[in-house]
Design a protein around this ligand. Structure first.
Ligand code: F6P
Length: 320
């Protein structure tokens, strides 16, 4: 009987549970033994695993977080750690592992595959920063949370004729900021991918909309740009309007996954098991052209991320 394992690694994302559920159910359905690994790669170092059955993953599809817990494993990232993890897999007969996480987790998966255990990466991160995939599990839920929060901030900004500067998550990737910004009608959006100038890209945009009668303003800033408190102060001093800063933070990482996250997670988890069934490893499951595909993990990790300049242009053109 083939045995596989599933783990979640890196920052959690809503929909990870749906992916775990899909892996467990698809694996059992194909006659495999499926282990859940706790706290990311740490579980492989500490032997913290449990055999799953069909009911182990009942009632989790709608839950945020990850039932398997997660971690950013530093010990694992050494040659000795990888060897120990691979040896542990062999000791319990596990020949393949589904790794649900971001690109750091995929690098770990590549190392483990090189040590003899087939690994398949499933993109699970709210950031949408996996270059090879149009979509990562968690992105939709995070943005829906973010737009709800910004809508509330807008209510109070409007009542007080203020400017609200809001930081959303995304250290290296501005996708959450861009899509949240366009969906909430932000006057300015600052992302790490686009070189910005405060005078031109924030102050002048506010002044232009003031001229047409607008009195409250939302500025959405990606975490990777940061500095929302200083920016709010600058807007106050420079334009003489009250400004407030809000960092949305980890509220964006929690909550019940949206339909999109549940469905994509289910499709991707299923695809990962299909690959392991055929003894294929070192692949990443991805969405391209709306379809679930798989590609080589090295190719996936080497791909440069492409920022959606077109959507950015649209946002800049219509938020006036
Ligand atoms: O990768 C997801 C993410 O939420 C990023 O947007 C953010 O920069 C980071 O994780 C925060 O990490 P931590 O969980 O360590 O606070």
């Amino acid at each position: 009987q083939k045995s596989i394992a599933v783990l979640t690694s890196g920052g959690d994302a809503p929909g990870m549970n749906a992916a775990v559920r899909a892996v467990v159910r698809a694996g059992i359905n194909k006659g495999m033994k499926v282990y859940g690994v706790y706290r990311g790669y740490n579980g492989l170092l500490n032997g913290d695993v449990e055999e799953m059955n069909l009911r182990s993953v009942s009632d989790i599809i709608g839950n945020g977080g990850t039932m398997l817990y997660t971690a950013r494993s530093e010990e694992y990232a050494t040659p000795a750690g990888i060897q120990r993890a691979a040896d542990f897999c062999r000791s319990i007969g596990v020949s393949g592992v589904v790794v649900i996480g971001g690109d750091g987790s995929f690098r770990g998966a590549r190392c483990l595959t090189n040590a003899g255990i087939n690994c398949i990466g499933v993109p699970g991160t709210i950031d949408n920063d996996i270059a090879c995939s149009e979509y990562t599990v968690g992105f939709d839920t995070a943005m829906n949370t973010a737009i709800q929060m910004v809508d509330r901030i807008r209510d109070t900004a409007q009542s007080h004729d203020r400017c609200s500067v809001v930081e959303v998550m995304g250290r290296r990737c501005g996708d959450i900021a861009l899509q949240t910004g366009i969906a909430t009608g932000a006057t300015a959006i600052l992302v790490p991918e686009v070189q910005y100038n405060i005078e031109r890209d924030v102050i002048a945009r506010i002044i232009n909309t003031q001229k047409t009668g607008k009195k409250h303003f939302i500025v959405v800033v990606a975490e990777g740009v940061g500095g929302v408190r200083d920016l709010a102060k600058y807007v106050e001093q420079r334009l003489g309007i009250e400004a407030r800063a809000t960092v949305l933070g980890h509220v964006q990482r929690g909550g019940s996954p949206t339909l999109r996250d549940r469905v994509v997670a289910s499709q991707m988890g299923f695809k990962a098991v299909e690959l392991l069934e055929q003894n294929i490893g070192n692949r990443v499951v991805a969405m391209q052209g709306g379809k679930i595909i798989d590609l080589d993990i090295n190719e996936a990790l080497d791909m440069p991320r492409v920022f959606d300049e077109e959507l950015y242009k649209i946002a800049m053109t219509i938020s006036i």
